[in-house]
Design a binder for this molecule. Sequence first.
Ligand SMILES: Nc1nc2c(ncn2[C@@H]2O[C@H](COP(=O)(O)OP(=O)(O)OP(=O)(O)O)[C@@H](O)[C@H]2O)c(=O)[nH]1
Ligand SMILES: [Mg+2]
Length: 546
Amino acid sequence: VSLAVRGGRSRVDSVIERVEALRRFLAAAQDHVPEPELAPARTVVDRAGQRLALSRDHTVVALAGTTGSGKSSLFNALSRRRLSKVGVRRPTTGIAHACVWGLESASTLLDWLGVPPNRRFLRDDPGAADDDPALRGLVLLDLPDLDSVERSHRLEVDRLLALVDLVVWVLDPQKYADRVVHEQYLAQFRGHRDITVVVLNQADLLTPVDAERCLADLRRLVDDDGLDGVPVLATSTVGAPGLARLQDLLERAVAARQAALRRLAGDVDAVVDDLAALVDRAPPADAVDRGAQRALADALAQAAGVPAVVAATRRAYVHRAGAAMGWPVLRWLRRLRPDPLRRLHLPSAGTRDNLPVPVSSLPGATPAQRASVGLAVRTVGERAGGGLPGPWPAATVSAARRRLDDLPDALDVAIARTDLGLGRTPFWWRIVGAVQWLCTLAAFAGLVWLAVRYALFALGLPELPGPRVGRLPLATLLLLGGLLAGLLLGALVRPLIGIGAGRARRRAQARLRASIGEVAGELVVEPVRTVLLAYGEARAALRSAR
Ligand SMILES: Nc1nc2c(ncn2[C@@H]2O[C@H](COP(=O)(O)OP(=O)(O)OP(=O)(O)O)[C@@H](O)[C@H]2O)c(=O)[nH]1
Ligand SMILES: [Mg+2]
């Protein structure tokens, strides 16, 4: 009978790395998966960290079993001392007792196990007649009865069974088939077969034939518990077959110093199996759906008033072109009308300064627009997490929605910072404007000249001779020609202004869309991507914890 690893997945040497991987899993998942789902893994990681930090040279073995099965008798027999009270009245042992063989007293380990100081015993008398050097490093615990009428006993048993490195289940001929013991205890250790031993104590009470039959029956029950392969032995503290085989088994476990790691490996196996469903699907290749992002940008653009800004940009272009190239006499009339962009309090060239919030005078989003933004935001989250298991879809949706309230101000600032492309006066505006001035000046010069001539005529003074072009006086030509040329130029540039305004509109539209896209990326897409990244990390970490 031995406690060798039987093929299982428990890669004992890598327990430390596997616990580390489980820790990474928890770090990646903790912000996105409800804590109750992670609690068992956290318990295992914490416990493993504590156990590994404590003595690795000691092997903590618990004697667990039903009341009166002889745990305390075994404890005393193995320690060759009468340390734990053996009683006739049941139950006897209420608080765990510990006996430490050699080495130091293992006090930090016993503190961690929660064995009170007055229940700790030390067997370090080398050279004594009853010394067992082969057991050096053994920390033997005598537990209370696991089927106790006392609730506190059962709690103490459960607490310690979660901490010890190896469990010897002590059963007796009367109660070895007890259903509670098998279902609630032995079967729970099916993941810990390599640190489990079952003994049928008080075998001296049976005839050898009955003892054989009883042991075979127990073997079958133990196999049914999922504990095939674990050692099942008969013992007696008062007669045959004695304790030799149990002692031998404990000696080998102590010498191997593997039980603590095997126990933790079994614990890690169990939680990794339970967690597998949380990360059992490959993360989406295209992290965040493009279509959903486009729909989001559309909804945000509507809610943030982009169409109004784009329209105002077009009108501002026409307005400013008119002011720059219109007939100079009427330009002041245009100046009286406000600039469409200024009316929205939007700078036309964009600005990097710290802007107040709210920046623009754009109207707030309507309830319908807000609703469609909410829907688009949710869709981004849903598409991203749709293919993921368990709590992750909820995590991507809530990540997408987390900064929903920050969106209006961020969009307002982004729009105000966008360079709408109207900052510079186009060169051709200046040329046309200058020509317009020339035409007007010519007309004005002609007008003055004619006025002087009219005054001379009215005063009866001789007519001023003036140059003529053909049959027309130059002054008349200047006046009429200047006026006509101005009107003509105005009519000529009108379609050009229309084309320019269209281009200004499209440019503003594209730039505003880009700004909106940045805001959506930062406040909606990035948080979702963070969740997907965490999913990927959690999945990879759990794979290394296998
Ligand atoms: N015949 C026989 N009697 C035993 C053996 N081991 C223990 N006993 C007796 O069984 C009774 C109970 O023994 P304990 O050692 O107190 O049993 P326990 O499992 O510690 O009981 P609790 O502390 O109440 O859980 C005592 O009367 C012991 O003398 C054994 O191997 N053979
Ligand atoms: Mg006892």
